[in-house]
Design a protein around this ligand. Sequence first.
Ligand SMILES: Nc1ncnc2c1ncn2[C@@H]1O[C@H](COP(=O)(O)OP(=O)(O)OP(=O)(O)O)[C@@H](O)[C@H]1O
Ligand SMILES: [Mg+2]
Length: 247
Amino acid sequence: MNDKGEVLLKVEKLRKVYGEHEVLKGISTEIKRNEVVAVIGPSGCGKSTFLRSLNLLEKPTSGTITFEGTDITEQSVDIDKIRRKIGMVFQQFNLFPNYTVKENIMLAPVKTKMMSRYDAAEEAEKLLRRVGLFDKADSYPSMLSGGQKQRIAIARSLAMHPDVMLFDEPTSALDPEMVGEVLDIMKELAESGMTMVVVTHEMGFAREVANRVLFFNDGIIKEEDTPENIFRNPKNDRLKEFLSKIL
Ligand SMILES: Nc1ncnc2c1ncn2[C@@H]1O[C@H](COP(=O)(O)OP(=O)(O)OP(=O)(O)O)[C@@H](O)[C@H]1O
Ligand SMILES: [Mg+2]
């Protein structure tokens, strides 16, 4: 199930403690290049904390995260440089309201001097076509539907040419009729070979697109397997109970 190539992200004994509350209790896993990993589990089990730790939006209490061979939990690491290679898409889009759609996409590549304004504009147009929103280039985020906003957020993230994309429940804030258009973009992205870690409640997506599913429960990975095994032949009782509630 895992012969997808080299290890891109290696997580070892990751722990995160908030005050008295141990939210992550020792997570170890590997994400390989071109792999699509779905993270599922009940509310509050640490999925977002795990995902946010992968680009150090949360600082681990202990453990290591190795990205492309570099331990990014080390003090000396230039985390801004690392984050440019790790795209992140949130539930709440987080577009910049004062910029047009096209400017939103151009902003990071220009600001980090990765591209000239001219190249960034060209790239933005290409990405807008890819997510089917070229006609919205000069619109402001407030003029878009939730599904459109999320497609722009994905395009914006892609503009940095990340090596891996992290998604935290990208469709949870959407009206049901807009979920499909976002999942379609994500599916296309997966098919193009993007390495993806996706926290999701969309079991259909996990089943169809993921190579591997991590079931989180109470701060640990309780079960980790192919979607086939997770959904057809779950072993852990907590996983069985979780699936019986949501499927
Ligand atoms: N900044 C924080 N300070 C204190 N506790 C926190 C903080 N962030 C998260 N927590 C706690 O950590 C636990 C795990 O939160 P997390 O957001 O990772 O869960 P989740 O699995 O993503 O849940 P959901 O499915 O509801 O999004 C929760 O009990 C939450 O209250
Ligand atoms: Mg969450």
